[in-house]
Write a protein that binds this ligand. Structure first.
Ligand code: HEC
Length: 111
């Protein structure tokens, strides 16, 4: 009996931490990324227009970069002509948070 309870607790905890991660990605995106990329990821913001930010909900655009490239962009930032367009997030977000937000970005294109 007790054993069963422990097992179901572990299962529940596991499920909870996975969903927290996905929600974290959405929360991080709206807190740190939406200012440029837009809440919906389409990049229809002032910053987006100025910097020619592409539509992250476009699956074709998302296919132009790999997960590794996206993680690198998030960690190291993005420079165009030596000007920082997107800052490096490695000191702002933890590795887990960067992964969570990258996973969230991938969900944008599937909708
Ligand atoms: C100061 C504005 C700004 C902020 C804030 C910002 N970005 Fe960007 N981002 C850009 C610009 C500019 C580009 C390059 C233009 C493009 O290709 O759309 C870019 C490109 C990207 C790309 C394309 C990947 C690649 O390698 O080219 C992804 C994915 C991305 N950003 C995700 C994010 C995430 C996630 C956050 C929040 C942690 C974020 N961005 C915050 C401006 C910003």
């Amino acid at each position: 009996m007790i054993r069963k309870m422990i097992i179901s607790c572990v299962v529940l905890l596991g499920a909870a931490s996975v969903s927290v991660l996905a929600e974290d990605g959405a929360a991080i995106f709206s807190a740190k990324c939406a200012i440029c990329h837009g809440k919906d990821g389409k990049g229809q913001t002032k910053m987006g227009e100025k910097n020619g930010i592409k539509d992250l909900t476009d699956a074709k655009y998302q296919a132009t970069f790999t997960d590794e490239q996206m993680l690198k962009t998030l960690k190291e930032g993005k420079k165009v002509d030596d000007k920082v367009k997107m800052k490096a997030y490695d000191t702002i977000l933890s590795a887990e948070e960067i992964k969570a937000v990258a996973a969230y970005v991938r969900t944008l294109a599937k909708k």
